[in-house]
Design a protein around this ligand. Structure first.
Ligand code: MP5
Length: 484
C-alpha cells in the first residue's frame, strides 16, 4: 500500500490529525498562552524522542534511504536548538514532565524500533506529513506564531516530506508483508497527532517562571502585534507572579540556551546564512559579553559613551544605507530590487531613530568625526558593495542585522522582558522587535539566494563580525569627555 493510498483510505482520521481548533487559533491569534506553552514544551520532548527513533531507523536503513534520514537527523539536532531559543526568547521553560499523550507517542516510537524498516519509515513519513499539512492549515498564522508556521511550511520541509514518502514507498514495495503493520502504524500516528493537539488545547496552566505573566509569554518582543513600525516607548505591563503549579522535573536550562538564535533555519536543509551565523557564535558571544553591551543592557552605561556611540552609529548607518542602494542597483531581478528597497527603507527608519536620539541627547550629528573603527567598517562595506559580488555584499551586511537582532533579543530576555525606567529601553526595544527580526531575515534570505559558500563570502561575513566587535570596543574605550 502506498503512502498516498494510506491517506486516501483514512481521510477522516487524517483530517482529525491535521485540522484542529488549536491550528485555527494559531491562524487567527486567539490561541491561549497555556495551550501554546504546553504544545511547545511537549513537542520539544517529542522531537527529542523522534531524534533517537530516527537515529536507530537510520542504522538499519537500506542504502538508498540513508541520505534523507541522515539529512533529517542533522536538522532535528538544530531543531532542538531552535526550540530552545524560541522558548528562551519567550521566557518559557522547557523542562516540564511528559504529558501522557507525549509519553504514549514516545512509546509508539520505541515499539516501532522492533518492527520492519518499512513500518518505521512509514510512521516517520506520516508524522512529518501530518505536521506539514497541519501547519499549512494554520498559515500564514498570527504574528506571534509565524515563526512556527514558517518552520513547518517552507519548501525545504515539503521536499523533505516528499523524500520520506519516496523512501517509504520503496520500502513498502520491497516488503509487501509489512503493509498491514504499516497501515496500523499510520493509524496510530494519526490518532496521536490528533491527541497531541487536543492535549495542548485543553492544557491546564503550565509551569511558568515566577516572574512571567501568561499574557506575556507569547511574544518574543513587545510591539510584536502592533504592526506599527517602531515599537513605542511605554513600559510593559507589570507582571504578577505566577507560581509553577508543580515542581519542575529535570535539570535547569542548559547554559547553551543563551546561544544566539539561529536564523530561521530551514531545519531540513540549513541555509547558508544560518550556517554562517552558527560559525560565528564565538564572536556573537564576545559582542554580547562586551562591557559596552553589558552596561547598555543593564542600563549602567554612562551617557557620554552612549552618545558617542550613537553619533558613530549614525555615521555608519548612512554608509550601510548606501550599500543597500548599491546592492539594489545591481540586483538582476525585480524581487531582489524590492527586497533591497525595503531594507534600505528600514535603514533610513533607523537613521530617523538616531535623529530622535540626537535631539533628545543633544548630539550634533553633522559634526561627527568618524572614529578609526567606524571608518574601517564603512570603507569595507562600501568597497564590498562597489566591487564585490552581490553575494559578498549580502555577506558583509548580514552580520550587522543578525547580530543586533541577537543582542536586542538577548538583552530583553535577560531582563525578563521588562524595561521599565531603563535609560536605553528604546534601543533594546528597537533591536528586539519583530520588525527588526523581519528585516534581518529578509537580508538573510537574500544572502541564501545570491551567495554561495565560497571563501570570499565567508571572509566578508567574518570580517563584518570582527568589525562589529571592534565598533563596541572603540565605543567603550573612547574617553567619555570627547563626545562626538
Ligand atoms: C512533528 C512534531 C514533526 N514536531 N510533533 C508532532 C507531535 N508530530 C510531528 O516532526 P519534526 O521533526 O519536528 O518536523
Amino acid at each position: 500500500m502506498e503512502t498516498e493510498h494510506l491517506i486516501a483510505s483514512h481521510l477522516a482520521e487524517w483530517h482529525a490529525a491535521t485540522r484542529h481548533p488549536f491550528l485555527d487559533a494559531v491562524r487567527d491569534g486567539t490561541l491561549p498562552p497555556d495551550a501554546f506553552h504546553t504544545w511547545l514544551v511537549q513537542d520539544y520532548r517529542f522531537v527529542g524522542d523522534l531524534l533517537r527513533f530516527q537515529a536507530r531507523l537510520l542504522a538499519r536503513a537500506p542504502r538508498r534511504a540513508q541520505p534523507v534520514l541522515a539529512g533529517g537527523l542533522v536538522a532535528l539536532v538544530s531543531e532542538l536548538g531552535w526550540f530552545e531559543s524560541q522558548a528562551q526568547q519567550r521566557g518559557l521553560r522547557l523542562d516540564a514532565p511528559a504529558h501522557p499523550v507525549a509519553a504514549a507517542y514516545g512509546e509508539l516510537l520505541a515499539r516501532l524500533e522492533h518492527q520492519p524498516f518499512a513500518v518505521g519509515i512509514t510512521a516517520l513519513w506520516a508524522l512529518e506529513r501530518a505536521y506539514l499539512e497541519a501547519w499549512q492549515h494554520a498559515a500564514p498564522g498570527a504574528p506571534a506564531f509565524r515563526p512556527f508556521v514558517e518552520h513547518w511550511t517552507v519548501p525545504e520541509f515539503a521536499a523533505y516530506v516528499a523524500g520520506l514518502a519516496d523512501a517509504a514507498n520503496e520500502a513498502l514495495a520491497a516488503a509487501e508483508d509489512a503493509g498491514g503493520l504499516a497501515e496500523q502504524a499510520f493509524l496510530e500516528v494519526t490518532r496521536l497527532e490528533r491527541d497531541f493537539w487536543q492535549m495542548a488545547w485543553e492544557a491546564a496552566p503550565p509551569a511558568l517562571p515566577a516572574t512571567t505573566a501568561a499574557s506575556e509569554v507569547l511574544a518574543p518582543a513587545p510591539g510584536l502585534t502592533s504592526g506599527s513600525g517602531r515599537p513605542g516607548t511605554q513600559a510593559g505591563p507589570a507582571a504578577p507572579g505566577v507560581m509553577p503549579p508543580e515542581p519542575f522535573a529535570g535539570t535547569a536550562p542548559a547554559p547553551e540556551l543563551a546561544m544566539g538564535r539561529p536564523p530561521p533555519a530551514h531545519r531540513h536543509q540549513m541555509g547558508l546564512a544560518a550556517r554562517l551565523w552558527l560559525a560565528e557564535q564565538e564572536l556573537a558571544q564576545q559582542a554580547l559579553e562586551h562591557p559596552f553591551v553589558r552596561a547598555l543592557g543593564e542600563g549602567t552605561l554612562d551617557r557620554e559613551r552612549f552618545k558617542r556611540y550613537i553619533a558613530q552609529d549614525a555615521f555608519f548607518l548612512e554608509a550601510f544605507a548606501r550599500a543597500y542602494a548599491l546592492a539594489l542597483a545591481r540586483s538582476a531581478d525585480r524581487e531582489g530590487m524590492a527586497a533591497f528597497f525595503e531594507l534600505l527603507k528600514g535603514a533610513l527608519d533607523e537613521l530617523d531613530l538616531h535623529r530622535g536620539y540626537a535631539q533628545q541627547w543633544q548630539i550634533d550629528l553633522a559634526a561627527v568625526e568618524p572614529a578609526q573603527a567606524t571608518l574601517a567598517y564603512t570603507d569595507f562595506l562600501l568597497a564590498t558593495a562597489a566591487l564585490g559580488s552581490l553575494g559578498e555584499v549580502c555577506a558583509a551586511m548580514v552580520p550587522c542585522m543578525r547580530l543586533y537582532a541577537f543582542l536586542g533579543q538577548s538583552l530583553l530576555a535577560a531582563r525578563g522582558d521588562r524595561l521599565e525606567r531603563h535609560p536605553y529601553a528604546e534601543w533594546i526595544r528597537t533591536y528586539s522587535s519583530q520588525e527588526f527580526e523581519g528585516l534581518a531575515e529578509r537580508l538573510e534570505a537574500l544572502l541564501d539566494r545570491y551567495a554561495h559558500d565560497t571563501p570570499p563570502v565567508r571572509g566578508a561575513y567574518h570580517r563584518a563580525m570582527r568589525l562589529e566587535v571592534a565598533f563596541f570596543e572603540a565605543a567603550f574605550a573612547a574617553p567619555a569627555e570627547t563626545t562626538g
